[in-house]
Write a protein that binds this ligand. Sequence first.
Ligand code: BES
Ligand code: MN
Ligand code: MN
Length: 460
Amino acid sequence: MLDSVLVWIEKNRSLWMHDLKEFLAIPSVSAKPEHKGDIQAAAEWAAFYLRGAGLHATLVKTAGHPCVLATTPEGLCRPDAPHILFYGHYDVQPAEPLELWNSPPFTATIRDGKIFARGASDDKGQVFCHLAALAAWKQIAYELPVRLTVLLEGEEEIGSPNLRAVIAENADRLASASTLIISDSAQFARGVPAITTGLRGLVYYQMTVTGANTDLHSGVYGGAVANAANALSTILGQLHDNQGRVTVPGFYDHVQVPDAALRAMWKSLPFHEAEFAEELDVDQLYGETGFTTLERRWCRPTLDINGLTSGYQGAGAKTVLPATALAKLSMRLVPEQDAIKIAEAFESYIHQITPAGVRVKLERLSASPAALTPSTSPAIAAAVEACEEGMGKKPVFVREGGSIPVVTWFKEMLGIESVLLGFGLPDDNLHAPNEKLDVECFYAGIRTAAALYDRLGKMK
Ligand code: BES
Ligand code: MN
Ligand code: MN
């Protein structure tokens, strides 16, 4: 039956592309209140598409943006079919800076065999590969190979503040699933499919430094009253040592280096540091001494400034002592680190190194731990076969530096392990201008998803 489904998928390439473009046209930016209506529209669009594939789909209200929850009604799958969960997110990052896009972010445009749009790869395009695969199964087989529960989130890009509650409230419908499928990562390289077995965690802070109660003339007051921008720079300058290591006390406690076999496996992957540097137009790579670039990204924790604002930003010179200075900071965590302990260690270190004459306010915007997932299991075996069927190659096993908090929550709350199988490429410009998904990755993604459900349905 899979063969007929794959034939149908190939025959209907233009239909899938048309529908994907429709989905991508909805500016479902979760971070911005003015897009509330678009978020709702994207959730409804996805629910509508799932109904087309025969599923029973509803919107679940949360304190923020809704989730889409869909299940196979009686008759859409064999009564004894394995219960599988699929998670994805329909929200996207803001498209700014708009002037750096070569085509409008919410009008999917094909150039050089690539679909350019916000969400093309993260994550609407990859979610849509699954929706299309399900629609094709329904059309050709009149049933799905698995008992399926689909959970689509509208707040992933803002840290999933309400997802734990949704999981808890629907635990009875979710808990019997044997595995959670997620396509929100990437292939390792063009022609090298990958199963991701580890993600870093994330602790995120907004830090505000305040000096005097107003901006001050930098000649009249300079040297006599603390300057918030100077103070913030002093703090930020003390967060790393000259080996690139984070100086927060206890930051590396319990952090393990992967064993020699795993490090050797990563060294054997087709990755070339010189090419990586060249792609990014940097003359040298940067990072913690003693680790390769893949290790720095996959198994070492970091602390990075994500945003920095203070003082006069306009044309020309303005002589002023800024009264406030703001930084946004992320820490990427590895499996042995406890997110809350790291957050607390960070807060007390910042207070300890804050210079005299200013106050510092720390707002914790998210805190989620790293996740490791199995590299052998019946579901992983199904995913390996799906890659061979849909992408023509066996996958490599990798980790990723990004974060997907839901992986940890399904494990902790319901004991369900994830399979992370991405269809995009490492150069898809996630969160950046000109996000894209290669057209061939898109169709291969639909084929791979169709094959994955076939193999999962045959799991013992
Ligand atoms: N899909 C990404 C995470 C990702 C990117 C995993 C690349 C693997 C490879 C996800 O949408 C994302 O951006 N997550 C955020 C975390 C969140 C709490 C805002 C991240 O990693 O910054
Ligand atoms: Mn994503
Ligand atoms: Mn993202």
